[in-house]
Each structure stands twice: as C-alpha cells, then as structure tokens.
Design a protein around this ligand. Structure first.
Ligand SMILES: [Mg+2]
Length: 247
C-alpha cells in the first residue's frame, strides 16, 4: 500500500531549465557577449563542472566560479568570479517558477494521506530556498539534498535515507522525477516504486512507468497504488546521463 510520495525538485516541481536559460540570456545581453547560443554554452559548461562538484572534486562555490570562468573565457580571481556569478544568480532566482501541475498534485497526495518528500541532487540551502520561495514548503514533510548526503541519486543510500526520514518502507514509497537514471532507475534499484515524469516526451522507448504531467499522478488508473508491476524489466538509459547544474 502506498504511504509516501517522493519527488525530485529541478525540472519536476520547479522549471529549472527555463529559469537558467532565461537568466543566462539576460546576463549575456547585459555583458554584451556575442555568444552564439548562450543557453547551450552555459548548459554544457555547467554540466561539466557540476558533475565535478557531485563527485566532490569541487566545492559548491568552486563549481560556480569555474562555470563563470569557462563561460566568460576569462581568468578571474575568486572574488571576481563570485561577483559575476551573483549577477547570473539574481536572474536565475527571479525566474524560479513551479509548474502549474505541482500544487494540485501535492494536494492530492495529502488527500490520499501520503507523506511527501523531496529528494534532490543539489545544495541544501539553495534547494530549500526554492521550495520556500515558491510556497511549496508547507506541502512537503521532508526535503533531502545531496549536499547533506554521502552520495546523491542514483545511489540507493539516498533513497533509503529519505524513506527512513519519512518513516515508510521503500516498497510503499513512490518516487517521481524527470531523470530516468537518477530518479527512476535509482529508485527501482533501491526497492521503491517509480514513475518517470517525461514532460517533453523524450523517453518514449523506455520500459518504465511514464507520465507527461503530474496531473496524471494519483489518479486512477495511474494512482501509483494499483497499476504497478513490480516484475517489470528495467530499461537501460538510451543515452549516457548528462548532469545538469541546479545553479
Ligand atoms: Mg530533475
């Protein structure tokens, strides 16, 4: 019986990709940069250094500085890099938005008597700021960020940590997120139920439970309680996972 819902944060509850894209375009314009595709350039540089942060090769602050240096193609001291990143960050934070389907889904979870958790690969302080700013915190029982853990998703210990905090058994917990590798395959390997949130229809060929909107969650027959086949084979990712910087 389902007793808890655990959600990823970036690009599941919060439209991180749009916020980061809008922020970098605005910032590049102000700086007068003629980067051909600033969003793609920033995303590539950010993914590279954020992955280094997630492997504990850089601190959270260091990965921000390296992203700025890479994007601007300049040698900057730490103070200068921090100042530049702050210019970007103010724009990124101003662009944070929750998807329209989030609050109704969290309401249905409450109505169904489920505990609600958020499990995110990111910096705890920043991720908590997101849920606070978007007024989601009152609807969430537990938020766990990878910066507070020995390892983030898809490591099984991350999922077990949040189910322990929620006081639920893994098999009674449903994980929902936009990353096939981190959210879905990781959760399944840790013994949770899992649904892939595929907002942009990018994963048609994978053999996992998939929804295109949180509006499909906790509704019959996709209510996460009756339609799950625990013996369903798990598909492998079609492409190698690309880390995305949460900021
Ligand atoms: Mg995500």
């Amino acid at each position: 019986m389902l007793s808890a819902l655990v959600l990823d944060l970036d690009d599941t509850l919060v439209d991180h990709t749009s916020a980061a894209g809008a922020a970098i375009v605005s910032w590049a314009q102000e700086l007068g940069l003629e980067t051909l595709n600033p969003q793609a350039c920033w995303a590539e540089i950010s993914a590279f250094h954020y992955a280094r942060y997630q492997r504990s090769e850089l601190t959270f602050a260091q990965q921000r500085r390296e992203r700025v240096r890479g994007f601007l193609g300049r040698e900057l001291d730490d103070q200068g890099a921090d100042a530049c990143f702050d210019d970007y960050l103010a724009r990124y934070e101003a662009a944070w938005r929750a998807y329209d389907d989030v609050v109704p889904a969290l309401r249905r979870a409450r109505t169904a008597g489920l505990r609600v958790g958020v499990l995110t690969n990111g910096d705890a302080e920043q991720q908590r700021a997101k849920v606070d700013r978007l007024d989601l915190a009152p609807r969430i029982d537990v938020l766990v960020a990878s910066s507070d853990l020995p390892a983030g998703k898809p490591d099984p210990t991350a999922f077990r940590h949040i189910t322990d905090l929620l006081g639920t058994a893994p098999e009674d917990t449903l994980m929902v997120g936009d990353s096939l590798t981190d959210d879905v395959l990781g959760a399944l390997a840790a013994g949770l139920q899992a649904v892939l949130l595929d907002r942009h229809d990018r994963h048609r060929s994978v053999d996992v439970r998939r929804i295109s909107s949180l509006d499909e969650l906790l509704r019959d027959p996709l209510d996460g309680t009756t339609d799950l086949d625990e013996n369903r084979p798990m598909a492998r990712p079609l492409t190698p996972p690309t880390p995305r910087a949460n900021s």
